[in-house]
Design a protein around this ligand. Structure first.
Ligand SMILES: Nc1ncnc2c1ncn2[C@@H]1O[C@H](COP(=O)(O)OP(=O)(O)OP(=O)(O)O)[C@@H](O)[C@H]1O
Length: 911
């Protein structure tokens, strides 16, 4: 008979992995009981109440009663005395009761534990052979979340224990339950098709999409591919980055990154699938997961299809099919005519997806173009750069809106005359973006010849800049002078309608204006990636007087080179704004990331002496933070900025929500909840519907009772599936579609009056996995820093304190709340100091793998990062999670950090 309480860790792991649900720090339970029971008894067999079914605990509804029986069977030939049955330490307190008779499920209060034994007659307590005794265990949950207890049996000379788990749900959490059990398709990946195929028929471009400058193909060099297959690095990587090898170095890293992206795309390969004829010209293919962008496919992407054959040795030619239309989960494809002619209804095909290479090709082209850049841009040196800026004096209108450091930065920027970039940096909310905007406006007014490009890494960040620039205070900026350049693939409905008048929309889509129109605009705003369109359309070096790059710490160096390398002249002023302590670039290949793609251009510049010395002719550090309430900023300021960040909240939001807080003076709240983390279908992303329900409950209170608006609230969570579940619950139950729910990456640079964080993880075994892979929130200081600095007035964290306390940063936050009387929910773990492992920290500063940066997948047709990192599969991982392959180690490079793998491998390791 199974015992819950004494499963070994291995057995337990098997249970949790099978059902892909976890819910409790199991060891914690074992060690928290002082009672020292036997695992099993030789004299009685005791059944397990509320047994786990496929790893899942029994569900009950808040306010309702669930009952289960416990049978105690004497297996000897003699009478055995039952001395006592006790409920030990219910969590939450008093949620379980015992009775001798089966209680009605709608019963109210049952006897207390002590009274329970009194209800036994002497006869009941004498267990006869062959006459099992049945007692009843009842749970009546008052709150959602996991309810746990231990039932102790003192029988004959034995002490026996049964651990009990009941998961209390409500309507919201039940509505989010999975109907599809989690399963993974582990198929052998076929090598990527890159030669020897029959080309397909491409959708024709309209004339507006034909550019002056062509984008070469920049295929992955065969030697790089072969070396990576042998797990060897091309020599240039071993040399380290220098001015001489700059182009070769970064182009090799881009190829390494692309090989990884190709490999990840192989996860979506489909075998033995059919296609339907659609009219005369198309075949349609059903792609499950397409609606969730797994894989992410857009018009003009292509696939490879070949007839499936029973004989592995048979060589079948692949055909390339271009996507002409995407409809829900169907793609409409056009292949070579021969393929269409030979197609018959029942044909089975093997299909491979190819990701859209346009984005990668733009990066190669941008890196190649750095050949003609001034040395001072790429490797500024103290000797060659002797800048002494004649700072302009700012008009009172602008200076009154800025603090001392911000004013100084703007004046320096106005006085700049090209050369090495000017950098504005500083902790979250210190007004880096505001300073950029306040520099652009006087420039626009004072210099009629100024032509400005402003870039941000995501569409939402670029839209935010547009909104600020055209806001009412800035009447000087005329509407016809400003243009928001969008990726041609960006969906129209992704844009706030009030911004559309600054965009070029034709035939229901974005178009790049003609060169002569582009040249007329005085301020152009785009993402880093879309800045490519300016060059492609023919804008020449020197046309732009200023290039402002916001959130520059979030873009990889090749990303940053897209707006710079084609458009810079000696006179162009470049301004970077960002914070290297916040999230960095999103990179898929650990190798590429480690050797340079994971570091931003801005971060690299800080390693140059010129910027290291913080010469104010080159950089300004902002230290006054206007965003967060001082209590919210205190911890990140101490942890990441040596406590030098001064909090100056600019505008007090109405504190209508204050009665949510146990301590009205302390605007942080930690709500401890023991839920369950689950996965469903073939989606590797995690969700926790108990936490999701709590998030919805708080939002409901804020909006319906406290008068907040949807736009005032933001929800941050590290897993895509959790974001989708929360979003779905908010829309289905309340039609609240304007509450932003997203990853930390989607919130970088943004703020809300109230931020709610759902940490999701509730299974101790998964911590290690996340730690190794830099997933979720744990062990990722940058993600922590950004997540907790988005709230202006109120920060609510919902998570399992027993899991979150394993991380140095989250543990500090948990106890910061608890010690200020602002903790609610399940019982707290014991307070322990978690020492940050410096080697891990060093690593983690560079690892931001879970990101989902809006515009990248839209613009590149690139699979979004959440999926990649939850979904990616690589071979050759053994069960311990250690890499079987040899770690690549070029002679001159230190390669000491932990091997990394993705979550899929880990969970498979358990099977
Ligand atoms: N001098 C100032 N006076 C009043 N409010 C300011 C000032 N500077 C910035 N703010 C306000 O502080 C908040 C944060 O500003 P901003 O978004 O520009 O900061 P940031 O440094 O770019 O943030 P992040 O690091 O998150 O990207 C905004 O609400 C902004 O309006």
């Amino acid at each position: 008979m199974a015992t819950i309480g004494y499963k070994s860790d291995d057995e337990y792991s098997t249970i949790t992995d099978k059902g892909d649900i976890g819910f409790v720090d199991f060891d914690k339970y074992k060690s928290s009981y002082s009672y020292n029971p036997n695992e099993e008894s030789d004299i009685v067999v005791i059944s397990v109440p509320f047994p786990l079914i496929e790893g899942k605990p029994k569900s009950g509804f808040v306010g309702e009663t669930v009952v289960d029986s416990i049978t105690i069977e004497n297996t000897t030939n003699e009478t055995v005395e039952l001395w006592s049955i006790k409920i030990y330490d219910s969590k939450p307190e008093d949620s379980f009761t015992l009775s001798l008779m089966k209680p009605p499920t709608a019963c109210s209060d049952l006897e207390y534990v002590e009274e329970f034994m009194e209800s036994f007659s002497l006869e009941d307590r004498m267990l006869q052979p062959g006459r099992p005794l049945t007692v009843w265990l009842t749970c009546k949950p008052k709150e959602i979340g996991l309810h746990t207890s231990a039932v102790h049996f003192n029988v004959g000379d034995d002490n026996i224990e049964r651990l009990v788990f009941v998961l209390a749900e409500d309507n919201v959490s039940q509505s989010l339950a999975s109907s599809r059990p989690f399963h993974r398709n582990r198929k052998k990946k076929a090598p990527a098709v890159d030669v020897g195929f029959v080309g397909g028929s491409r959708p024709t471009r309209d004339s507006c999409s034909i550019f002056r400058h062509k984008l070469p193909s920049y295929s992955i060099p065969r030697d790089v591919r072969e070396m990576m297959e042998k797990r060897k690095f091309p020599d240039v990587i071993g040399e380290g980055l220098s001015r001489d090898n700059y182009v070769a170095y970064f182009r090799t890293l881009l190829s390494i990154e692309e090989i990884k992206m190709e490999e990840d795309m192989r996860d979506y390969d489909m075998q033995f699938v059919t296609m339907k004829r659609r009219g005369q010209h198309f075949l349609s293919l059903h792609v499950p997961g397409l609606a969730e962008r797994r894989p992410s496919l857009v018009v003009r992407d292509h696939i490879f299809a070949k007839l499936a054959t029973a004989y592995a040795s048979e060589i079948i030619t692949p055909y390339q099919g271009y996507i002409h239309r995407v409809e829900a989960e169907d793609v409409y494809l056009k292949f070579d005519k021969e393929f269409h002619d030979n197609h018959v209804g029942g044909n089975l095909y093997n299909v491979q997806f190819a990701f859209n290479r346009v984005g990668v090709r733009r990066l190669h082209q941008a890196i190649e173009a750095t050949e003609s850049l001034d040395g001072e841009i790429l490797f500024p040196s103290v000797i060659s750069s002797t800048r002494n800026i004649q700072a302009a004096v700012l008009a009172p209108r602008n200076s009154s809106m800025l603090n001392k450091e911000q004013t100084s930065a703007v004046e320096k920027i106005l006085g700049c005359e090209g050369g090495a970039p000017y950098i504005i940096h500083g902790p979250p909310g210190t007004g880096k973006t505001r300073t950029l905007i306040e520099a652009i406006i006087p420039l626009h007014i004072m210099r009629k010849d100024a032509r400005v490009l402003v870039c941000a890494p995501s569409n939402s960040a670029a839209d935010h800049i547009l909104e600020k620039l055209v806001s009412q205070q800035n009447v000087e900026v005329q509407e016809h002078e400003i243009f928001r350049l969008n990726a041609l693939t960006r969906p129209l409905d992704n844009v706030n309608p009030s911004c559309l008048r600054f965009c070029n929309v034709e035939d229901n889509g974005f178009k790049c204006p003609l060169l002569r129109e582009l040249r007329r605009y005085r301020i152009i705003i785009s993402t880093y990636a879309s800045a490519f369109l300016l060059y492609a359309q023919g804008i020449k070096r020197g046309h732009l007087s200023h290039i402002f790059l916001d959130e520059a710490g979030q873009a990889s160096e090749p990303d940053t080179m897209i707006p710079l390398s084609h458009l810079l002249s000696k006179e162009t002023v470049v301004v970077l704004a960002g914070d290297p302590r916040q999230l960095g670039p999103v990179v898929f290949s650990k190798d590429a990331e480690r050797y340079g793609l994971g570091r931003s251009y801005m971060e690299r510049l800080f390693e140059c002496e010129l910027y290291g010395s913080l010469n104010e002719n080159y950089a300004t550090r902002l230290v006054r933070s206007y965003r967060c309430h001082p209590a919210i900023l205190k911890l990140p300021s101490e942890m990441f900025y040596g406590g030098e960040c001064m909090s100056i909240p600019c505008k007090e939001d109405d504190k209508t929500w204050v009665d949510l807080l146990p301590n009205k003076e302390f605007p942080l709240l930690f709500i401890g909840i023991q839920g369950c983390d689950e996965r469903e279908g073939n989606n590797p992303s995690w969700f926790n519907r108990i936490e999701a329900s709590k998030v919805v409950e708080i939002i409901r209170d804020l909006i319906q009772n406290k008068g907040l608006k949807e736009e005032d609230i933001g929800v941050i969570t590290p897993y895509r599936q959790q974001a989708l579940k929360i979003k779905r619950a908010l829309i289905q139950s309340f039609d609240w579609a304007d509450i932003k729910v997203g990853s930390v990456e989607q919130f970088q640079g943004q703020e809300r009056q109230v931020i709610i964080i759902s940490t999701v993880r509730s299974t101790i075994q998964h911590n290690n996995f996340d730690r190794i892979h830099y997933l979720g929130f744990l062990n990722n200081p940058r993600r922590f820093n950004v997540a907790v600095t988005r709230a202006r007035s109120l920060l609510v964290v919902i998570g399992n304190p027993h899991i979150i306390c394993k991380d140095h940063y989250w543990n500090k936050l948990l106890w910061y709340c608890a010690e200020n009387g602002s903790y609610k929910g399940c019982f707290l773990p014991e307070k322990v100091e978690i020492v940050q492992d410096d080697s891990e920290q060093a690593n983690n500063w560079d690892q931001d793998q879970w990101g989902y940066v809006n515009n990248w997948d839209q613009e590149w047709g690139r699979v979004n990062n959440w999926d990649q990192h939850e979904w990616g599969q690589a071979k050759n991982w053994n069960d311990d999670g250690n890499e079987e392959k040899q770690i690549l180690q070029p002679a001159s490079v230190d390669y000491t950090s932990v091997p990394v793998m993705d979550e899929a491998e880990w969970s498979d390791g358990w099977k």
